[in-house]
Design a binder for this molecule. Structure first.
Ligand code: GTP
Length: 331
């Protein structure tokens, strides 16, 4: 069973996987990494809460201060209003301290995140299950593909990578490095080749090889929105010519350090292509991790995975409760 929750049918007998670490140890390790990854985001909130609520009556002024703090922590106006409204209903007039607020905050954030915390489900019987990966330059698309390829390969699936960013030789090279690292074949063309043609060929080739899962990387030049839109539309048309049911997933990779700018990226890409889910990267390098909560509240798109570092193990399925607790700095 993969970390990303798929089942495998008609597979050749896999070699026995290395013994996994005990579940508790493994989860603790990830929770520790998640917590330290989100420490910049959580310390902003924790410090703010500590300053506001040493011991304080929850009156209108306190609620207003809290709402402002949540907005500055990138949780978004709607989420901040929702959380403070809930607190006003349940605790108004009571003496509260920062631990009380953290607890309630974590519960509210979990409630908001739970509906969007959904793993990427791969159906290997599609041969291949096609995942188109989109996002602006530098958001972490190629790295995310590499990490997902490794995890799925380790789980026993055959995985192919297609270097659809045919404009940047460096992007193709980077994907080839991940291909070598993970032992996954990479389908690529010379600079400037037609990305839509490459996408078509990569499905044909994956079919021929009986490959379970295909990731198609794309260029993300937002400098010219019309060109990018035309290119993505052409890629999707081309994919559908060979498999009308594909792409089976369209992942939008967002760099969390861009904070509120992530909202406009979702709007723009949703206009261009039918985005089915999000991956948020670089949550380790930012104090703006709260933006994930605002995105969940606003768009309701599934968040499949989050990245808290550059190593393959630093991308994991998104879990609402662990994220909420880490974000508010709880153990
Ligand atoms: N700290 C940190 N760095 C990350 C994470 N994910 C990706 N990166 C780094 O971000 C940089 C950009 O990632 P890429 O995968 O090249 O991004 P891209 O979207 O493919 O970029 P283009 O190829 O320019 O379109 C690389 O240096 C990655 O190592 C993460 O979760 N945390």
């Amino acid at each position: 069973m993969s970390l990303f929750g798929f089942g495998k049918k008609n597979a050749p007998e896999p070699s026995p996987p290395p013994a996994p670490p005990p579940v508790a140890e493994e989860q603790q390790g990830w929770f520790g990494r998640l917590k330290s990854g989100l420490s910049k985001s959580s310390s902003k909130l924790t410090q703010g809460l500590g300053d506001l609520f040493t011991k304080r009556k929850l009156d209108d002024e306190a609620l207003e201060d809290l709402e402002d703090l949540l907005i500055t922590a990138d949780l978004g106006v709607a989420t901040a209003a929702k959380v403070t409204k809930h607190l006003a209903k349940t605790r108004f007039g009571q003496d509260v301290d920062s631990a009380d607020i953290k607890q309630t905050l974590a519960e509210e954030i979990t409630r908001i995140l739970e509906p969007v915390a959904r793993p990427l489900v791969i159906d290997p019987s599609r041969k291949p299950h096609v995942v188109l990966v989109v996002g602006v330059n530098g958001s972490g698309k190629t790295t995310t593909i590499g990490k997902l390829a490794k995890q799925n390969k380790d789980a026993g699936l055959s995985v192919t990578l297609a270097a659809g960013d045919t404009f940047r030789a460096a992007a193709v090279e980077q994907l080839k490095v991940w291909g070598e690292r993970t032992g996954c074949p990479v389908i690529w063309r010379e600079d400037g080749a037609d990305a839509a043609g490459l996408a078509y060929d990569s499905i044909a080739e994956s079919r021929k090889q009986g490959c379970d899962l295909l990731f198609i990387d794309t260029a993300g030049r937002l400098q010219n929105k019309a060109d990018l839109m035309a290119e993505l539309a052409k890629i999707v048309r081309s994919i559908k010519k060979i498999d009308p049911t594909a792409p089976h997933d369209v992942l939008l990779v967002l760099d969390a350090t861009t904070g509120q700018n992530a909202h406009s990226q979702v709007e723009i890409f949703k206009d261009m292509v039918a985005v089915t889910g999000l991956v948020l990267t670089k949550l380790d390098g930012t104090a703006r991790g709260g933006v994930l909560v605002a995105l969940a509240e606003k768009f309701g798109l599934p968040v499949h995975a989050i990245g808290v570092g550059e190593q393959a193990g630093d991308l994991r399925p998104f879990e609402a409760d662990a994220f909420a607790k880490s974000l508010v700095g709880m153990d």
